[in-house]
Design a protein around this ligand. Structure first.
Ligand SMILES: C[S@@+](CC[C@H](N)C(=O)[O-])C[C@H]1O[C@@H](n2cnc3c(N)ncnc32)[C@H](O)[C@@H]1O
Length: 386
C-alpha cells in the first residue's frame, strides 16, 4: 500500500527475507541487508524459484554422489564433538561434499539450506530452542539420527514448498539485492533512493531476547560461513552509552536503573546501537517516502520499553502516521521471562507487535501532517487501511 510497482523497498534487518521476497513478488526492487550470512542465503533461495523437476534431479544427483564418495574429513571447529556424535559428523561431511559437487548455483544453494536444517536436527541440541542447549543425557543416548534419510525427507518437503512458489511466479521475479552489512554502519546506498523502508529490527539484545547467532551457529560452521559470534555484533552486544537520550527512553532507563543499574546499562547499549541504525536510515529514504518498523515493546524488570514511541522520537525528520497493533503469530521467541530474576516468577514479555508507520517530511519543518498525505493516497486508491 505504501509503495508502487518499480519502487525500491529496503529492509536493513532483512533476516531470511520476508520483506525482500514479498517485495519482488509485487514487482518492487528489493534491497536486504543483514549481518547473518545464513539468513541471507535463505533470503536468496526464497527469491530464486526453481522448477521442481530440476530439484528432483539434484536430489538424485546428490544421492548418486554419496554412493561414489568415500570418507570425508569433517570440518574442524571448536566443540564439534560436543554438538555432534562421531557417526553424525561422518555422514554430514559426506553429505556436504555430495552437495558441493552439484552443478548449478541455484540448486546448490537450495540444497545447502536443506542441509543447514538437517545440521540442526542431527546435532545434539534440544529442538525448539533458540539458544544452544545440549540434549539431556538420557535423550542424547537415544539420539542417533539417520542423516541421509532426514535430508531426503526435508529436501522432498522443501520441493513441495518450492513447487507452489514456482507455480505462482515461475522465473519472473526481479532479483533482490542482498548483502552482509552491519546496520550501525552507513548504508552503501545513494541518498534519497528508497521509496519504502520496511523492517523488523531485533527487539532487544541477543542475550536476553532472541539469540539469532546461537540459533544459526552450528549451520554456519558446517557451511564454512562462520566468522564471528553474531550475537556479540548484534544490537546491544557491547556496552556503550547513548549520545542522545530521547525523553521516553530516558524515563524508562531511569525507572530500570532504580531497580537494577546493570540492566539499565545493558538496555541503554541496545538503544545506542538502534539509534545509530535509525540515523543511517534518514538520508537514504526519499522525501515523502515511508519508513515502517515492526517491533514489540518488551518489559525489563517489569518496566515497559515503548520502542514504538522511542523510534518516533529518534527520527524527528519523519512524521508519525500510525501505529497498528498486531498479535505475534507463532514465533519462536521468549514470550515469558523472569523480569524479577526470582525463580518461578515470570511475566509476559512480548505478545503484541506494533507496526509503526512514519513518513519522511518533505521539508524538515513541514506543517502538513503525514496523516493528511495518507488520506490523499487513499483517495488515489493506493491505501485502503485504517
Ligand atoms: C527480527 S529479525 C528480522 C527477521 C526478518 N524480517 C525475516 O523475515 O526473517 C532481526 C534481524 O536483525 C539482524 N541483525 C541484528 N543485528 C544487526 C546489525 N547490527 N546489522 C544488521 N542486521 C542485524 C539479525 O541477524 C536478524 O536477522
Amino acid at each position: 500500500m505504501l509503495s508502487e510497482q518499480g519502487d525500491t523497498v529496503f529492509d536493513p534487518f532483512c533476516g531470511s527475507g520476508t520483506v525482500t521476497t514479498e517485495a519482488v513478488r509485487l514487482g518492487r526492487h528489493a534491497i536486504g541487508f543483514d549481518i547473518n550470512p545464513l539468513a541471507l542465503l535463505i533470503a536468496e533461495v526464497k527469491a530464486t524459484p526453481i522448477m521442481p523437476q530440476r530439484l528432483w534431479q539434484a536430489l538424485a544427483q546428490i544421492e548418486s554422489n554419496l554412493r561414489r564418495l568415500g570418507e570425508v574429513e569433517p570440518p574442524k571447529f571448536a566443540n564439534i564433538d560436543y554438538w555432534f556424535k562421531p557417526e553424525v559428523q561422518k555422514q554430514l561431511a559426506r553429505l556436504k561434499a555430495a552437495i558441493d559437487a552439484l552443478e548449478g548455483e541455484a540448486v546448490k544453494k537450495f540444497s545447502l539450506i536443506v542441509f543447514s536444517r538437517v545440521v540442526r536436527e542431527a546435532s545434539n541440541t534440544r529442538p525448539n530452542e533458540f539458544k544452544l542447549f545440549r540434549l539431556p543425557p538420557e535423550k542424547l543416548k537415544r539420539h542417533n539420527p539417520d542423516v541421509f534419510r532426514l535430508f531426503h525427507q526435508r529436501f522432498a518437503e522443501c520441493i513441495g514448498i518450492m513447487s507452489d512458489w514456482w507455480r505462482e511466479v515461475g522465473d519472473s521475479l526481479l532479483k533482490p539485492q542482498l548483502r552482509l552489512h552491519d546496520a550501525r554502519q552507513p548504508f552503501p546506498l545513494p541518498s534519497e533512493s528508497v521509496d519504502l523502508l520496511l523492517t523488523s529490527p531485533p527487539y532487544g539484545d541477543a542475550r536476553t531476547t532472541v539469540a539469532y547467532g546461537q540459533f544459526s551457529r552450528l549451520s554456519l560452521q558446517w557451511l564454512g560461513l562462520w566468522r564471528e559470534d553474531l550475537d556479540r555484533i548484534s544490537l546491544g552486544g557491547h556496552h556503550r552509552s547513548m549520545k542522545v537520550l530521547v525523553p521516553t527512553l530516558k524515563e524508562a532507563l531511569e525507572a530500570i536503573a532504580k531497580v537494577c543499574p546493570k540492566r539499565a546499562q545493558e538496555v541503554e547499549a541496545f538503544y545506542a546501537d538502534l539509534y545509530d541504525c535509525l540515523r543511517n536510515i534518514v538520508p537514504i529514504v526519499k522525501r515523502d517516502g515511508f519508513a515502517v518498523f515492526v517491533i514489540a515493546n518488551r518489559k525489563v524488570r517489569g518496566i515497559k520499553l515503548p520502542t514504538d514511541k522511542i523510534i518516533v522520537e529518534m527520527l524527528p525528520e519523519f512524521e508519525f502516521v500510525v501505529s497498528l497493533p498486531r498479535q505475534i503469530p507463532n514465533k519462536r521467541m521468549p514470550l515469558r521471562n523472569s523480569p524479577s530474576n526470582i525463580p518461578g516468577e515470570t511475566d509476559t514479555t512480548m505478545l503484541e507487535e506494533h507496526i509503526v508507520i512514519l513518513q519522511k517530511k518533505t521539508v524538515l519543518h513541514t506543517s502538513a501532517p503525514a496523516f493528511h498525505q495518507l488520506r490523499l493516497l487513499e483517495r488515489k486508491g493506493r491505501y485502503q487501511g485504517q
